[in-house]
Design a protein around this ligand. Structure first.
Ligand code: FA5
Length: 335
């Protein structure tokens, strides 16, 4: 029992001094104490086992306290109005570090570069919008259950932080109408942050990024769309890919599809393992009409996909929540 007390005091002081307190729970001293139970006379095991359990509880709570303190230090003590070099030390930045782009910013730039080289104009998506752009012009009937699928937040005034970049489609079509009539096509991507009031897990965030494409001409086809998407994914992942589609319902496209790629072996995939990457389809005539474009003369296709999941696959990131966590250990891997 004296031994348990000694181990406790020793480990508590190690926890207090450590930057990675949870590691201390793997200490060999602790393992020896657990191991000792089997060589003990049966009548002593009950009391000994209870002491070990009490010790575990004390250590676990010391680790939690220490971890919480560390989090508090990194969030509470910075003066956000102070220059970067004033805050750097306080949040654990090394003096040589000047900060770097967030991995989602870097990868969003990569994505936009690929599409602009293909001839698409890039337009940033809004972060606050209205019901008409989020739903109305996208052929969602009033009170239609498909609206519920987007788990939208609303402000008290009734504005919406958009749940998808499709909120930009009507503006892109209206602004492009003159160009369509003059040059024969609209080709644009919109990109930005979107918001959904949904349960968070390893693949679902409440705040994430999307990139959306819109193409209109007199003879646009699904085949052109699939070719465009295949080229994008092959350039982004730097290799040949297998693709497939399956039917999906989005009120603003007809037909609507889900587009999947076979997970590349180089990125840990097994043959036959498919990943859904985005939603897409031929733009619904009502969506063209709501922007004043005649669906008898013009046809279009559109797609929209998540940037976060694209980047997770590229780097083998197992949990989407790392992106918004602000954890330096994660961010440093992308410097
Ligand atoms: C849409 O948002 C449609 N606007 C896509 C679209 C555009 C279809 C144009 C047709 C034409 P969906 O809800 O399936 O569809 O989301 C598209 C992608 O966003 C998903 O494939 C996924 O990559 C990403 N996504 C959706 N919800 C989340 C989430 N909670 N966290 C992270 N990524 C998400």
């Amino acid at each position: 029992m004296q031994n348990i007390e000694d181990v406790k005091n020793n480990l508590l002081s190690q926890i207090a001094a450590s930057d990675f307190p949870r590691e201390i729970l793997k200490s060999s001293e602790l393992k020896k104490l657990y191991g000792a139970i089997s060589s003990m006379p049966v009548e002593q095991r009950g009391i000994y086992g209870k002491s070990i359990n009490d010790l575990k509880i004390v250590l676990e709570s010391a680790v939690l306290t220490k971890e919480t303190e560390a989090e508090d230090l990194s969030v509470e003590q910075i003066d956000i109005t102070a220059p970067f070099d004033v805050n750097g030390g306080k949040i654990g930045l090394l003096s040589a570090e000047n900060g770097s782009s967030h991995p989602l910013t870097t990868e969003l730039e990569n994505v936009i570069n690929i599409f602009t080289r293909m001839g698409f104009e890039a337009i940033e998506s809004r972060q606050i919008d209205d019901d008409n752009h989020m739903f109305g012009t996208l052929n969602f009937p009033d009170n239609h259950p498909a609206r519920d699928g987007y788990d939208t937040f609303r402000t008290e005034e009734g504005f919406i932080p958009p749940a998808h970049t499709s909120t930009m489609q009507n503006r892109i079509l209206k602004a492009g109408k003159a160009k369509l009539e003059a040059d024969g096509q609209i080709a644009a991507v919109s990109y930005g942050r979107v918001f959904r009031n949904e349960d968070i897990d390893a693949t679902h965030e409440h705040t994430f990024y999307q990139c959306e494409g819109v193409f209109v001409s007199s003879d646009a086809t699904l085949g052109q769309m699939l070719g465009t998407l295949r080229s994008f994914f092959e350039v982004y992942y730097g290799q040949k890919l297998k693709i497939k589609t399956q039917p999906a319902y989005f009120p603003f496209v007809e037909p609507g599809l889900e587009f999947a790629i076979e997970k590349p072996v180089a990125l840990g995939g097994k043959p036959g393992e498919w990943l859904e990457m985005l939603g897409c389809g031929m733009i619904h005539p009502n969506v063209l009409r709501s922007a004043g474009i005649d669906p008898e003369k013009y046809r279009g296709f559109a797609w929209g996909g998540g940037i976060d999941r694209l980047v997770m696959l590229k780097y083998g990131i197992e949990d989407i929540r790392h992106f918004e966590s602000g954890k330096l250990a994660f961010l440093r891997k992308f410097v």
